[in-house]
Each structure stands twice: as structure tokens, then as C-alpha cells.
Write a protein that binds this ligand. Structure first.
Ligand code: COA
Length: 165
């Protein structure tokens, strides 16, 4: 059986926590597509194409990982990719409520697509993209050094550039 999954998210920007989930997911599934979607409730820092480019750099060494962006419903994108699984990371118990709601809604929309959760590694369970955007914006000169603890290498300079000047 060919196990194909998508890992949808905003990835604004991709964090070390996301990277951990993708690297572990790539060992579980034969093919994994990291899918940059639009959360209508968020105003993004990076354009979708920029997020895709950064993700491609971060996962360039993983032959079974692809990166793509999509519009519309995540379940429709999963079906277009021939994926029966949507992978999501769970950081804390407080993530559960929103993730449950989303998984149930997605299951109602597409009963043939299952949501599978990986627990985030403990060392990354406090990271969020919002936190990282704040560090880049307010960290001033120390921002670069702080960011190293939260985002993959290729993300650091583009993050700094977004808030420069
Ligand atoms: N490490 C670090 N951060 C993590 C993480 C991990 N392992 N797992 C989740 N997060 C963080 C993200 O950084 C993000 O932080 P932020 O809110 O500060 O930006 C937050 O958790 C959740 O974001 P994300 O995982 O990107 O999901 P989302 O809730 O923004 O949803 C989509 C993004 C694209 C999956 C969702 O909006 C979607 O499905 N859109 C398409 C429309 C659709 O199908 N709607 C029906 C859904 S029921």
C-alpha cells in the first residue's frame, strides 16, 4: 500500500517544531506533501510563494517530501494529491480542542480522508509562528541569535529582512 499524506498549515514561517513533525512524518509515510494553505482568520507575514520557497530549502534533503500551496478546502487538496491522510502536530492539550473541531469538520467533508496526529517533541511544544514573528520584530540586535532557537537556518535572514528598516 502506498501511504501518501499531506501536512497542511500556514507555515508563516516554518518553525523547528514543524520541521520536527515533517522529518518524523517522512519516516512514517511513503510520500508527504507539506501544503501551504490559507487560514482566512490570519493576516500573513510571508506570501504563500515565499513560504513555499523557504519550506523547499528546509526539506531539500528529504526525497519523499514535496512542498506545494493550495487554495480552497484542505480535504479537496488532499484528494487531488491522492492522499488519504492529513498529518497534524499536537503541541499541548490546549491544541486539542481546535484540532478536534478541525478533524471532525474535515471528516464530515471527506470521510475517506483521515487526520493523523503526531505529538510535538517536548522541546518544541512552546513554539508558535506568532511567537517567532514577535521575537523577530522586537528582538532588535539580539533577534538573529534568538531566532536560531526557533526556526530552521534558511528562515533567519528573510525574517530579519521583513522587519528591517
Ligand atoms: N510546531 C510549531 N508550531 C506549530 C506546530 C508545531 N509542531 N503545530 C502547530 N503550530 C502552530 C503554528 O505555528 C501556528 O501558530 P500561529 O497561530 O501562531 O501562526 C498554529 O500552531 C496553528 O497553525 P497551523 O498549523 O498553521 O494551522 P492553522 O490553524 O493556521 O490552519 C490550515 C491552517 C491551512 C490547515 C487551515 O486554515 C485550513 O485547513 N484552511 C483551508 C480551508 C479549510 O479547509 N477549512 C476547513 C477546515 S475545518
Amino acid at each position: 500500500m502506498n501511504r501518501t499524506a499531506i501536512y497542511p498549515g500556514s507555515f508563516d514561517p516554518v518553525t523547528l517544531g514543524h520541521e520536527d513533525i515533517v522529518r518524523r512524518g517522512a519516516k512514517v509515510f511513503d510520500a508527504l506533501t507539506v501544503a501551504v494553505g490559507v487560514n482566512p482568520g490570519k493576516s500573513p507575514l510571508f506570501a504563500p510563494e515565499e513560504r513555499v520557497e523557504l519550506l523547499r530549502q528546509v526539506f531539500a534533503d528529504l526525497p519523499n517530501v514535496e512542498v506545494a500551496s493550495f487554495e480552497g478546502l484542505t480535504v479537496d487538496f488532499a484528494r487531488r494529491r491522492g492522499a488519504r491522510v492529513m498529518l497534524r502536530g499536537l503541541r499541548t492539550v490546549s491544541d486539542m480542542e481546535a484540532e478536534f473541531t478541525m478533524a471532525l469538520a474535515n471528516h464530515a467533508l471527506a470521510p475517506d480522508v483521515e487526520t493523523v496526529f503526531l505529538m510535538a517533541s517536548e522541546r518544541y511544544s512552546h513554539i508558535s509562528s506568532t511567537l517567532i514573528r514577535q521575537i523577530a520584530q522586537m528582538g532588535r540586535d539580539a533577534g538573529r541569535e534568538h531566532l536560531r532557537h526557533f526556526v530552521p537556518g534558511p528562515v533567519i535572514e528573510p525574517m530579519i529582512a521583513k522587519f528591517a528598516g
